[in-house]
Design a protein around this ligand. Structure first.
Ligand code: NAP
Ligand code: ZN
Ligand code: ZN
Length: 347
């Protein structure tokens, strides 16, 4: 066992505090990662506050992890000591079910092993990336291309792949009109990636406060959803709408913005249901879909795509003792556009 420093939630309501946790001994196919940076995803907040259901405390979250390989098990072939690597939302899956065999292990029929708050193979509860080290089986560890600045690479492991996967699946590209609802961590990556894919990109944000940024990041158009005329101006416009909003919104208002055969893909994960008016789906033969993170193969593909296109998240680097304040700022939509913890401050 390796005892390592971490920042943990003691309960659903207490602030996160510095503590220590145990990491397992290195197995033959495991990689030990010296974590350098960890992103703060809104899912971390939903989870520690128990919004998606009960979890065991203390809990260390964080599933946007980059670091350097500092040791490898005897059978490891994919990574070497000194490599720049990343870990996203999953650290294992059953490898045997239909979905795992199809390379869609994020949809493992036996439940993928989440990077935190999941029951691991040895029966312990997985603990995430707000810590100095993590031990992960080699084929759930990604290669981070040299050209992506390291601190900015962390959010790609969740925000990057969660937006890349539906953009690829629903064919964002030249001639396609794509809207992104919510310009936070996921939303700003959706804008950059959809733009790099050649789509015409529109941001639908609560206000115009981030309009200049949105246009700079690659959006062609930017509208405020607080202005009701937005919904009449843009009716029947989009092929694809990626909803990244962390709260309950009136999804029918957004469905009405789809043109023929258009799809709204929900990646935002509010705990409440989003009721759909079926008649809104009849018009234009619209679809309402969901998408969960991305596979390991897609995550590597996304990292390589971002390197090739010179894309990286916009990050604000923080010390570990700022995590609780950062959470409040995320909740207030005051994030430009992802907080990343400098793990050196946890040493
Ligand atoms: P975030 O940085 O907080 O961004 C969410 C954005 O939604 C905000 O910046 C804001 O954008 C908008 N928003 C927030 N509250 C709103 C409200 N009441 N009404 C309208 N718009 C609102 O969060 P994130 O890290 O990007 O995560 C977004 C959601 O995706 C979370 O629910 C998270 O759990 C989920 N998620 C899902 C997956 C998946 O696999 N499907 C993966 C990762 C995260 P504006 O200021 O531009 O309006
Ligand atoms: Zn996430
Ligand atoms: Zn499986």
């Amino acid at each position: 066992m390796l005892t390592v420093n971490a920042y943990a939630a003691p309960s659903a309501t207490d602030p996160l505090v510095k503590t220590t946790i145990e990491r397992r001994e290195l197995g033959t196919t495991d990689v030990l990662i010296d974590i350098k940076y960890a992103g703060i995803c809104h899912s971390d907040i939903h989870t520690v506050r128990g919004e998606w259901g009960p979890v065991q405390y203390p809990l260390v979250v964080g599933h946007e992890i980059v670091g350097i390989v500092s040791d490898v098990g005897s059978d490891v072939t994919l990574h070497q000591i000194g490599d720049r690597v990343g870990v996203g939302c999953m650290v294992n899956s059953c490898r045997e079910c239909e979905n795992c065999r199809a390379g869609a292990e994020q949809y493992c029929l036996n439940g993928n092993t989440g990077t935190y708050a999941s029951v691991d193979r040895d029966g312990t509860i997985t603990q995430g990336g707000y810590s100095t080290h993590v031990v992960v089986v080699e084929d759930f560890v990604l290669r981070v291309p040299e050209s992506i600045p390291f601190k900015a690479a962390a959010p790609l492991l969740c925000a990057g792949v969660t937006t890349y996967s539906p953009l690829v699946h629903w064919h964002a590209g030249p001639g396609k009109r794509v809207a992104v609802v919510g310009m936070g961590g996921l939303g700003h990556m959706a804008v950059k990636i959809a733009h790099a894919m050649g789509a015409e990109v529109t941001v639908l944000s609560q206000t115009l406060a981030k309009k200049e940024d949105g246009l700079r990041l690659g959006a062609d158009h930017y509208y405020a959803t607080s202005d009701e005329s937005t919904f009449t101006t843009l009716a029947n416009t989009f092929d694809l709408i990626i909803n990244t909003v962390s709260a309950k919104i009136d999804i029918n208002a957004y469905l009405s913005l789809l043109r023929l055969d258009g799809t709204v893909v929900n990646v935002g994960a509010p705990p409440e249901p989003l009721p759909v008016a079926v008649f809104t789906l009849f018009d234009n033969r619209r679809s309402f879909a969901g998408s969960g993170i991305g596979s390991i193969r897609e995550t590597q593909e996304m990292l390589d795509f971002c390197a090739e296109h010179g894309i990286a998240p916009e990050v604000e680097l923080i010390a570990a003792d700022y995590i609780n304040e950062a959470y409040e700022r995320v909740l207030a939509s005051d994030v430009r556009y992802r907080f990343v913890i400098d793990i050196a401050t946890l040493g």
